[in-house]
Ligand binder design. Structure first.
Ligand SMILES: C[S@@+](CC[C@H](N)C(=O)[O-])C[C@H]1O[C@@H](n2cnc3c(N)ncnc32)[C@H](O)[C@@H]1O
Length: 312
């Protein structure tokens, strides 16, 4: 299988992860293994990489491309919220670095055949993990108009959310919406003339992104993961997150802020009763962004935000 993806902010990620020989790292989102392939030589000799992806295509690709390091790699076809349990299964109690590179790989968008792209005519699926029960087609054909509009507005910041939802309900009474092209054409039909010229994006961009986020429960999983991340790191261990959506970045920012905060008792309490400890030190006061040169080379990098923190 040829798996195409260009790793984003590679040098910055390697710098923040502080990879050293003999250390143990987790790549929670293997994708095309661009980051893992760069991490592995830096942790040799004696290092270990634990790699996860919920997309089986990524695991199949990882088995192939990480073969030169197979004795030092353990792969799991799993959602990253399961990391605590998977580490315990592997007799690993803490790791030196964790990477999350969120969102979609170029392979998923262009060659998975799962309807992630509004430019293709494919089954309307959008599941990163094909074992999960609900596809984009299920949501579009079963959800109420109100619920669809909420998803499009909340996850996609789509201003035409209500109009699109209403059109979906009308159309699906005639015939179920089963392909990415059907959905893309339906969205285009309700958008004002000149939309693309004005906004410089395809009219279906935001709706497709919103559906993908909902199908894969991306925000809920990120939130759940961030609650456990600090517990999985050794002191001095690093967490590095690349996000592509303002809602993802907000979750990362707030979670890190919470980990960096000690006592949360009201200021008028004479002494601390909450016993909350500071667990992480944030290394990126502001988000780190890709350089213009990287964005010119790789359009997928254009909305990336990097945040990193170190376990205390
Ligand atoms: C942007 S790609 C990663 C690219 C990779 N860093 C590289 O350089 O090739 C994101 C990957 O994360 C995976 N993914 C997204 N959410 C996940 C989750 N909750 N658990 C596990 N994998 C996830 C996707 O299936 C996809 O393969």
């Amino acid at each position: 299988m040829s798996y195409h993806h260009i790793p984003v902010m590679l040098e910055e990620v390697l710098g923040y992860l502080n990879c050293r020989p003999g250390k143990t790292y987790v790549d929670c989102t293997l994708g095309g293994c661009g980051h893992s392939r760069a991490i592995l030589p830096r942790i040799m000799p004696g290092g270990r990489l634990i790699g996860l992806d919920q997309d089986l295509d990524a695991i199949v690709n990882a088995r192939e491309v990480l073969r030169p390091f197979e004795d030092s790699v353990r792969l799991f076809h799993a959602d990253f919220t399961r990391l605590p349990e998977l580490l315990a299964q592997s007799d690993v109690f803490a790791v030196d670095g964790i990477l999350l590179d969120l969102g979609l790989s170029l392979h998923q968008l262009e060659s998975s055949g799962r309807g992630f792209s509004f430019l293709k005519d494919e089954p309307l699926d959008m599941r990163m993990d094909i074992r999960s029960s609900t596809s984009a087609g299920d949501l579009v054909n079963r959800m109420s108009e109100k619920e669809l509009a909420r998803i499009f507005r909340q996850y996609g910041e789509e201003r035409m959310s209500r109009k699109i939802a209403r059109k979906i309900i009308t159309e699906r009474k005639q015939t179920p919406i089963t392909t990415s092209r059907q959905l893309a054409e339906l969205i285009c039909s309700v958008m004002p003339a000149g939309f693309s010229a004005k906004h410089r994006i395809h009219p279906a961009t935001r709706t497709f992104m919103a559906l993908r986020i909902a199908v894969n429960q991306e925000l809920e999983r990120l939130k759940a993961f961030m609650q456990t991340a600090a517990d999985l790191l050794t002191p001095g261990g690093r967490l590095c997150v690349l996000s592509f959506h303002s809602l993802e970045d907000r979750i990362v920012k707030h979670s890190l802020r919470d980990m960096e905060t000690a006592c949360i008792c009201p200021p008028d309490f004479p002494k601390c009763v909450c016993s909350k400890q500071k667990t992480m030190r944030v290394l990126t006061r502001r988000t780190v962004r890709p350089t213009d040169a990287e964005i010119r080379k790789n359009r997928m990098a254009r909305s990336t935000k990097l945040r990193a923190a170190e376990k205390i």
